[in-house]
Write a protein that binds this ligand. Structure first.
Ligand code: GRG
Length: 360
């Protein structure tokens, strides 16, 4: 997947262990070595810069290749997405759904969902239906956002937008089709011999809340109303928009993946803080990219925010301060993971770094 190729080659991660007795420390180090081997078997070749795990008295060197990890996840995700929405009668709406769903994209939400699941179980396939559902929801939100009555965009993911190809009526209905298919897919495709149905129900409810009027929909309406108001949004309003329009779905991805993997309530709280920080950072960086990158680099129209006089982090606080805030949010997110086995947390740590440094 081309969008992944410009990510960092390897991500250095440093995590501190608390002071333990020598025997306990030796056991912890041995366990990490075992985990490292398990990790290596699961991911593809590990050959780039090492990341260090630093304890009070011992240093364990191991490696995590983020590019390889993302490539491996992209392969299984693309296949699962292709299978998740069949091309069937009525042809037009299904073709339109598949056109946008399979148009590429960075697949960050599925990656977050799978990585969060892997923190708690070896079998992250249990999270794949939800990972696909999140990408369906994300895709439909982009399709509706691109409509003339919303952001009115002609290009998305380097291709003409859905309504440009299939017309507005079909694009709206295809978006509706993806949204409803998403929840059907979580409910019907999650293997109930591996996941307690109560957990599946909780995931459905959690995702729905993050997407509805208290989540994405809420963020989008405030965004639209703010633009129509022709006045500068306050930082508080901007934070509301970002937290709901963008962070909520990243939160749904991380928390649902963790729940499906068997996370405890304490884990869920910690990962909620992680995801809200990366979610806010994601949109701050999106604002920065909108005014610093070209349309070709972004695969969508660049400079749109400025053109329509939209309040953004850079317009309100300046580019440098926005960058500083974005990076601080990433550091805060990663700090939430410092209590976990660094091997297990490596993908989520690397995803946070990627979000902080992405160029498209
Ligand atoms: C969800 C019910 C429902 C309705 C949709 C239109 C709408 C309500 C919400 C719009 C939300 C929106 C467009 C948020 C922007 C989020 C964002 C930063 C998108 C870009 O995500 P990337 O960079 O894109 O991950 P790719 O293409 O790589 O997947």
């Amino acid at each position: 997947m081309s969008a992944i190729t410009n990510t960092m080659a390897a991500v250095p991660v440093t995590a501190r262990m608390g002071s333990k007795g020598t025997a306990a420390r030796a056991r912890a180090i041995a366990a990490r070595k075992t985990n490292a081997l398990r990790f290596e078997r699961r991911s593809t070749k590990v050959q780039t810069k090492p990341f260090s795990v630093v304890s009070a008295q011992a240093t364990v060197e191991t490696e995590f290749d983020f590019n390889e990890y993302m490539k491996a996840k992209a392969v299984i995700t693309e296949k699962a997405l292709d299978e998740s929405v069949a091309q069937q009668y009525p042809d037009s709406v299904h073709e339109s759904m598949r056109y946008s769903l399979l148009a590429g994209g960075k697949r960050i939400r599925p990656a977050l969902c799978i990585a969060a699941c892997e923190m708690f179980t070896e079998d992250s396939s249990v999270a794949m239906p939800t990972a696909c559902a999140l990408e369906m929801i994300h895709t439909m939100s982009l399709m509706h956002d691109d409509l003339p009555c919303m952001d009115n965009d002609d290009f998305r993911r380097g291709k003409p937008t859905n309504h440009k190809v299939y017309g507005e009526q079909c694009a709206i209905l295809a978006g509706d089709g993806l949204l409803t298919r998403a929840f059907e897919y979580i409910a019907m495709a999650t293997p109930l011999d591996k996941v307690d149905p109560k957990v599946v129900l909780r995931v459905v409810a959690y995702v729905a809340k993050c997407v509805g009027s208290e989540g994405l929909v809420g963020g989008q309406i405030v965004d639209i109303e703010m633009e129509g108001a022709h006045e500068e949004a306050t930082l508080e309003t901007l934070q509301y928009i970002h937290a709901h329009k963008t962070a909520a779905l990243l939160d749904a991805a991380v928390v649902s993946g963790a729940l499906l993997g068997g996370a405890t309530e304490e884990d869920v709280e910690r990962l909620t803080r992680y995801s809200q920080n990366i979610g806010l950072a994601f949109q701050v960086i999106d604002d920065i990219l909108d005014c610093t990158q070209t349309s070709e680099q972004l695969g969508k129209t660049a400079g749109k925010d400025d053109a329509v006089g939209k309040t953004t982090y850079p317009s309100l606080l300046g580019l440098e301060e926005s960058k500083r805030i974005g990076l601080k949010l990433i550091e805060d997110a990663k700090a939430e993971l410092s209590v976990y086995d660094p091997q297990r947390a490596a993908p989520l740590i690397a995803l946070a770094d990627y979000i902080g440094s992405r160029q498209n």
